[in-house]
Design a protein around this ligand. Structure first.
Ligand code: DGL
Length: 270
């Protein structure tokens, strides 16, 4: 069973790509909607929440587990790999490598949360792969909340994006990295603002291929299941995930199960 974790609904942008490529595997998706957004939180707090939910996924036999959140990956990936050495983790870091390799103007834009930009993982990737291009960054304050609440097509979300993107367009970027898994759900608004001269880079397909590689090579599995189960759980208002599944994936009336926090260190089904 493939496990997915995100602070909320954003990981569904990764889920969509993975499920499209690997429909034969059971999945379990857990969103920490009670604590979203993770972006402004400390790494320590994000790591604490992430670890508790990952432990829950492992107890339910998830392997591999996709940390479908750049912020949680930046704060926790290394820690999780040390803590749970028999689980295969696939993490996310803004895709500045392909952007830096293909840019013609030598200028790229990255949208991600403050937590991701502060993380060591992002710094490392930026130093390693983007040291000879100019990187413009923006945290899009408030955008995650707008997307969580299904208001991606409302004026507030558009204003946040215009504020972030207009200066980048003026600086002549030709690649835009969506470094937060929530943002692909705003792709239409983004495309409308930036026009068609700038390429949008989002990681769904690459993560799906990586997951397939790990399942087939590291876990040695190739056993398609008929009608594998798909479970969705949320620590917050389950209607948020139900609505997101309907709007974003076209999956209607999915029963999202409530997940309850106990003392900030443990989650359990209600
Ligand atoms: N979806 C998450 C990411 O990829 C972050 C959203 C949040 O701030 O919780 O970074």
């Amino acid at each position: 069973m493939i496990g997915f974790f995100d602070s909320g609904v954003g990981g569904l942008s990764i889920y969509r790509a993975v499920h499209q490529l690997l429909p034969q595997y059971a999945t379990m998706y857990a969103g920490d909607n009670a604590h979203v957004p993770y972006g402004p939180r400390t790494h320590q707090q994000v790591r604490q929440f992430t670890t508790a939910i990952v432990r829950f996924l492992i107890n339910h036999n998830a392997n591999p587990i996709i940390i479908a959140c750049n912020t949680a990956s930046g704060a926790s990936l290394q820690y999780l790999r040390n803590e749970f050495p028999t689980t295969h983790f696939i993490g996310l870091v803004p895709a500045i490598k392909p952007a830096a390799e293909t840019t013609r103007t030598g200028r790229i834009g990255v949208l991600a949360t403050p937590g991701t930009f502060r993380g060591r993982l992002y710094m490392q990737v930026k130093t390693q792969f983007a040291s000879n291009v100019v990187v413009y960054q923006d945290t899009c304050p408030g955008l995650v909340e707008e997307i969580e609440n299904g208001r991606v097509n409302q004026p507030a979300a558009r204003n946040i994006l215009e504020h972030a993107l207009k200066p980048m367009i003026a600086m002549n970027i030709d690649r835009l990295v969506l470094g937060c898994t929530h943002y692909p759900f705003a792709a239409e608004v983004i495309r409308d603002i930036i026009g068609d001269q700038i390429e949008i880079i989002e990681p769904g397909q690459a993560i799906a291929r990586r997951t397939q590689f790990i399942i087939e090579n590291n876990l040695g599995l190739n056993t398609p299941e008929d009608n594998p189960p798909h479970r969705f759980l949320s620590t917050g208002n389950t209607a948020v995930l139900t609505n997101a599944l309907a709007c974003l994936l076209g999956w209607h009336d999915i029963q999202v199960e409530p997940l309850r926090w106990r003392n900030g260190h443990q989650v359990e089904t209600a």
